[in-house]
Design a protein around this ligand. Structure first.
Ligand SMILES: NC(=O)c1ccc[n+]([C@@H]2O[C@H](COP(=O)([O-])OP(=O)(O)OC[C@H]3O[C@@H](n4cnc5c(N)ncnc54)[C@H](O)[C@@H]3O)[C@@H](O)[C@H]2O)c1
Length: 252
């Protein structure tokens, strides 16, 4: 029996070939899952879904801005239309930049909060309604960050957004546990994706250079493996937890 056999998952922010979202999609499909990939990058996410289908997986995709409640309704409808149900939501879409506070505009703050916090809020709201309609269990994995736990220079707004995701996760776990809806957060450290490397290129001395026990960047699969575990029934007694996958970054 595969680890998420027959389970249906929505994964947001899955367009990049070397991002955490697509790595998660690949491992869920490998373990028997059916996936709905979403992203603001419609072309990219369609290409990623096509790759999975070509390899024999079950995958569909749609253009989706996580800030839009009607896009969320469409994403749930796509999951139920294509695969009959929804079992897992991975709130992975996010934006990041490193800026000193005095150079950060209110508009940048508001956009960060709208995507990283508002997007997770709307996703949880939509998925929970669907889980309840199915009278079934459900699993939500929110992708937060090590920056939501420790203070990283120039990451004040990003860190605040990811800390909000962490506490939203715990509140929802407390609210929904009696319905067997589990909600956990995963906290990547520095993972070699376009997001991190793109920011590092613009900002030498950024978080890409932070010291850590394992002395190397993580890979998207490192995060995907944790998401798979939390989404699967192996984690059936786990909710409200915050799971670091950070090479030991926050241990020192
Ligand atoms: N890479 C790291 O080191 C790292 C560390 C900690 C946390 N994270 C988090 O992991 C998640 C995935 O990031 P990644 O590193 O794979 O980068 P990524 O850039 O590959 O993935 C983010 C995706 O989100 C999409 N996106 C942005 N705004 C969106 C919106 N409004 N609606 C829908 N999609 C939107 C982007 O198009 C992109 O495909 C993010 O939430 C990020 O904050 C990453």
């Amino acid at each position: 029996m595969k680890r998420v056999e027959g389970k249906v998952a929505i994964i947001t922010g899955a367009a990049s070939p070397n991002g955490i979202g697509f790595a998660t999609a690949k491992i869920l499909v490998r373990e028997g899952g059916k996936v709905v990939l979403t992203d603001v990058d419609a072309e990219g996410v369609a290409a990623r879904a096509a790759e999975l289908v070509e390899d024999g997986g079950e995958a569909v995709s749609m253009k989706h801005d996580v800030r839009s409640e009607s896009d969320w309704a469409d994403a749930i409808a796509l999951a139920t239309g294509a695969f009959g149900r929804l079992d897992i939501l991975v709130n992975n879409a996010g934006i990041a930049y490193a800026l000193p506070i005095e150079e950060t505009t209110l508009e940048q703050h508001d956009t960060m909060m709208a995507v990283n916090v508002g997007g997770v809020f709307l996703g949880c709201k939509a998925a929970i309604a669907q889980f309840r309609a199915q009278k079934g269990p459900g699993a939500i994995v929110n992708v937060s960050s090590a920056a939501g736990i420790i203070g990283i220079p120039r990451a004040s707004i990003y860190g605040a957004s990811k800390a909000a995701v962490c506490i939203m996760t715990k509140c929802l776990a407390a609210e929904l546990g009696s319905e067997n809806i589990r909600v956990n957060s995963v906290h990547p450290g520095t993972i070699a994706t376009d997001l991190l490397l793109g920011n590092a290129a613009k900002d030498p001395g950024s978080s890409v250079d932070l010291p850590m026990p394992l002395s190397r960047l993580g890979e998207p699969i490192d995060i995907a493996a944790m998401i798979l575990f939390l989404a699967s029934d192996e984690a059936k007694y786990i909710t409200g937890g915050q799971y670091l996958v950070d090479g030991g970054l926050t241990a020192i």
